[in-house]
Design a protein around this ligand. Structure first.
Ligand code: UT7
Length: 326
């Protein structure tokens, strides 16, 4: 009998602290009007000194387990997608697994920058459809505020902190994950990167590691890739764009989302955005958006949702899910 993978739980956790564009006007040479017109972002959340990728991940994961009516003891695997882990090791996933009391579960992190959640989701579905695991927690959690140069206006206005989670569960009845595509082009590494403590000593002369990005190049890559990857995932699912009820893209810039949606022929009512409130939360953006789409009643059993991410690597990933929960 075939085994299918369905998303049956969702959750999120955002830090309390809201940082508005107006506040940024005070510290750097920028304006609320510039940020909103170029990115759509109005505000973002910033982690407190005591918050980390794992501490944000835990409440998001608990919420996903609660919505799925699954106990921590029933979780077989915890995957955390993050580019801003608490430590180099142990993994965030190990910290989360312990905090949840998921005693039976294995745990590991995935780093595919802003595409991390898509890689983690597809990985989870492989473990489930192979018959290996029944319940896999997939979390995207980030604290990019720690890797931003708060004096660099070209990057610091774009990102925010947060976590989102889903529970992927085995089903004998019907598929949830219908098709996907994952991609990488390492030749674009210098377009978007953060040097690290294990890199060459020259990579950080002052001991700090800040995100660096060629904004216009990444912008062009993002629009084309979002369109192509979505089309490929829809085709791999045996569907056409007219079957897609909701488009949940990585929330980096509303101009990217709307340009991609237009080129895919998707009307505004089938496009979800929350980049206005949270900025770009990297690997957390898609699960946070998915969670809010469900909370806002935009997904019903039988709907098809297209998810698509892109980012450092350069990397990309897209998937189509048949929503199975009412
Ligand atoms: O998760 C994946 C990660 N990244 C992305 O998806 C980001 C992709 N890139 C983008 O979203 C856009 O390229 C940005 C929002 C980063 C920039 O928008 P843009 O329309 O490509 O602007 P630009 O970089 O071409 O800069 C235009 C001008 C420049 O001034 P000059 O050279 O024309 O005088 C910048 O110095 O805007 C200036 N600028 C700013 N001005 C006010 C750059 N940042 C700011 C700022 N406030 N924060």
């Amino acid at each position: 009998m075939p085994r299918y993978a369905q998303v049956v739980g969702w959750g999120k956790c955002l830090p309390q602290r809201v940082l508005t564009n107006r506040e940024l006007e005070v510290s750097i040479d920028t304006t609320d009007a510039w940020i909103q017109s170029r990115t759509g972002i109005k505000e973002r959340r910033i982690a407190s000194d005591s918050e980390t990728a794992s501490s944000l991940a835990v409440p998001a994961a608990r919420m996903a387990l609660e919505t799925a009516h699954v106990s921590p003891e029933s979780v077989d695997l915890v995957i955390v997608a993050t580019a801003t882990p608490d430590r180099i090791f142990p993994s965030c996933a190990a910290t989360v697994q312990n905090a949840l009391g998921a005693r039976k579960a294995g745990a590991f992190d995935i780093n595919a920058a802003c595409t991390g959640f898509m890689y983690a989701l597809v990985t989870a579905c492989q473990f489930v459809t192979s018959g290996t695991f029944k319940n896999v927690l997939v979390i995207g959690s980030e604290v990019y505020s720690r890797i931003l140069d708060w004096k660099d206006r070209s990057t610091c206005v774009l990102f925010g902190d947060g976590a989102g989670a889903v529970l992927v569960q085995a089903s004998d009845d019907a598929p949830g994950m219908l098709g996907f595509v994952l991609g990488s082009d390492g030749s674009g590494a210098d377009m978007l990167y953060v040097p690290g403590p294990c890199g060459t000593p020259q990579s950080s002369p002052n001991g700090r590691y800040f995100l660096a990005m060629n904004g216009p190049e990444v912008f062009r890559f993002a629009i084309t890739t979002t369109r192509k990857a979505t089309q490929q995932a829809v085709a791999a699912s045996g569907l056409t764009m007219s079957d897609i009820d909701l488009f949940v893209s990585h929330q980096a810039n509303s101009r990217i989302i709307w340009a991609a949606a237009k080129s895919l022929g998707l009307p505004p009512e089938r496009v979800f955005t929350n980049v206005e409130q949270y900025g770009n939360t990297s690997a957390a953006s898609i699960p946070i958006a998915l969670c809010e789409a469900v909370e806002q009643g935009k997904l019903h059993a039988g709907n098809h949702v297209a998810l698509v991410g892109f980012g450092g690597g350069l990397s990309w990933g897209a998937a189509v899910l048949r929503w199975t929960v009412n």
